[in-house]
Design a protein around this ligand. Structure first.
Ligand code: AMP
Length: 547
């Protein structure tokens, strides 16, 4: 017997229809590339998304064609999120921090038909345009009068001239909810990048789950600032969850420095902000240097790489802001786990609670996870045993775009496919998962594993340390030994010996790094994560002391 409920496909257009009808007055505030603050509403975003839809139709783009963006977080980018996907085209968010050659490779691989870009990226577009034969339309996200006469790009149009005169009427088409809606290439630390191709269904289900109280807890009373870029896994899906809940969105545009972010947090009464640890490091530095306090910020979602305990303590104890430590991946849309306590943990002494909150957290509804040994056998949830972390769920990839890399899944005895995350983790009896490493970053010393994250977290707790990366160095006896690479805070001092002594009593003696290498900068990748591969190359001539 079938249920007798209305059958409606889960489409991204339904989010903007909802936001317009039920939260029309809700604000969207953006710092623009032009430098000013722009204010609009969900109602206006909906109206302009329909203009985008009509403008796309006028280009004759087919269902499923890729429309790329090369843009900061802002209202025009948001309109494209709904206008492109809402009409059945695929929004391809390009990462502007990539090398031009890599970018051109990605545009060609995706066969993008149009690219909409912020004027900041005009030099980048100029550098790649000739190498991108599939792109027939270049659209600059600006007013007509801001378009340079001599851009050197054939047929370049301004976004406002292209969509601004179109009708605001558009009936969103209905189609299979499994149709592709957007795509994002992975960071691709090895080999060519591969793309996760999201569907309308996966995006909507993710938006529901991400908004739940024990996930990101979004509501119509929130003012949300995604520092996480809209070009990286759809800003963790926040634009979609915000449309579903009617939350206010505040976009930082290109100004990602601590001062600019702090100004927006205060002026727009932001209650929740989300970003990678490196961004929050800058924000905390700005607060500390200027003796500032938050007046409205209640919680911050930190993910993308391990959040150092020192940062969680600073937010919680010095500023009264709850840190939600979250973990996910491009291949997971991205949300996998968020760390919030259950009843049993709220009864623990404060120290014990903090230990739990440092973990990456519990699986959100829709994601199942397990840890396995090399043979694929499931390992116990005892909080100690480490294993390869595998996940499954309706917003986790089944395969990469164009089937690149073959079938990525591992199948269990029941034939269920699990996606291997490449992370190594423990899971405790209450279901709290803790990442101990990327499998390729684990340091193997004398047959035992050392967690590079543990070594980094301790260094980061030292007041003179701005950033720390732990890497394994070849050792004739032990195979590998940990070395911690450290960038000091401006004007701060710490010696090698002082830092090594700082490890006393914090981890087992054999896990203490053999050496400290001080550097001026630690290389960061296009999504703000430490690039250990590059660091290893930079240190290729390094020799461990006494070897
Ligand atoms: P990406 O697909 O570029 O977002 O990278 C996903 C990877 O980032 C994961 O597989 C983890 O290795 C890492 N990652 C994301 N969030 C966290 C976190 N909270 N703690 C530790 N690593 C994380």
């Amino acid at each position: 017997m079938l249920g007798q409920m209305q059958s409606q496909p889960l489409l991204i257009s339904s989010l903007i229809v909802h936001a317009e009808r039920h939260h029309g007055e809700g604000e969207i505030v953006s710092r623009r590339v032009e430098g000013d603050i722009h204010r609009t509403t969900w109602r206006d975003i909906a109206r302009r998304s329909r203009q985008v839809a009509n403008a796309l139709d006028s280009l004759g783009l087919a269902f499923g064609d890729r429309v790329a963006t090369l843009a900061w977080n802002g209202y025009r980018h948001l309109e494209l999120y709904f206008g492109v996907s809402g009409t059945g085209r695929v929004l391809h968010t390009l990462n502007p921090r990539l090398h031009p050659e890599q970018l051109a490779w990605i545009v060609n691989h995706a066969e993008d038909r149009a690219v909409c870009f912020d004027m900041t990226f005009l030099p980048l577009v100029k550098a790649v345009a000739a190498q991108c034969p599939t792109v027939k339309h270049w659209i600059a996200l600006c007013d007509a009068d801001k378009l340079p006469a001599d851009s050197g790009i054939d047929g370049l149009q301004s976004y406002e001239a292209w969509m601004g005169e179109r009708s605001t009427d558009h009936v969103w088409p209905s189609f299979d909810e499994n149709s592709a809606s957007s795509m994002c290439y992975t960071s691709g630390t090895t080999g060519n990048p591969k793309a996760a191709l999201y569907s309308h269904r996966s995006t909507i289900l993710h938006a529901f789950s991400a908004a739940l109280p024990d996930s990101l807890n979004l509501s119509a009373r929130d003012s949300v600032l995604p520092v996480v870029p809209m070009f990286h896994v759809n800003a963790w899906g926040l634009p979609y969850s915000a449309a579903a809940t009617g939350a206010k969105l505040v976009f930082p545009g290109p100004a990602m420095d601590g001062k600019s972010i702090f100004e927006l947090l205060e002026s727009e009464k932001v209650t929740m902000a989300a970003g990678v640890p490196t961004v929050w490091q800058m924000l905390l530095g700005h607060l500390q240097q200027n003796g500032l306090r938050f007046s409205t910020l209640k919680r911050t979602v930190i993910g993308g790489s391990a959040c150092p305990p020192a940062m969680i303590h600073a937010f919680n104890e010095q500023y009264g802001v709850t840190v939600l430590h979250a973990w996910g991946m491009t291949e997971m849309s991205p949300l996998g786990t968020v760390c919030t306590l259950k009843n049993a943990q709220t009864a623990l002494p404060p120290d014990e609670q903090t230990k739990v909150l440092l973990k990456q957290g519990r699986a959100v509804y829709g994601v199942d996870m397990k840890i396995v040994d090399e043979a694929g056998n499931e390992l116990p949830w005892d909080g100690k045993t480490t294993g390869d972390l595998l996940v499954r769920g309706p917003w986790i990839i089944a395969s990469y775009f164009k089937g690149e890399g073959g079938d990525p899944l591992r199948y269990d005895a029941q034939g269920q496919g699990w996606f291997p995350t490449g992370d190594v983790a423990t899971i405790d009896a209450a279901g709290f998962m803790q990442i101990t490493d990327r499998s390729k970053d684990v340091i193997k010393s004398g047959g035992e594993w050392i967690s590079s994250i543990d070594v980094e977290n301790i260094a980061m707790a030292h007041p003179a340390v701005a950033m720390a990366a732990c890497i394994g160095m070849k050792h004739p006896k032990w195979d590998e030994r940990p070395v911690v690479v450290v960038m000091k805070k401006p004007g701060a001092e710490v010696s090698r010996e002082e830092l090594l002594a700082f490890y006393d009593g914090k981890i087992a003696k054999w896990q203490v790094p053999d050496d400290v290498v001080f550097v001026d900068a630690i290389p960061l990748g296009a999504t703000g994560k430490m690039q250990k591969m590059t660091l290893r190359q930079q240190l290729k001539d390094y020799v461990l002391p006494g070897v």
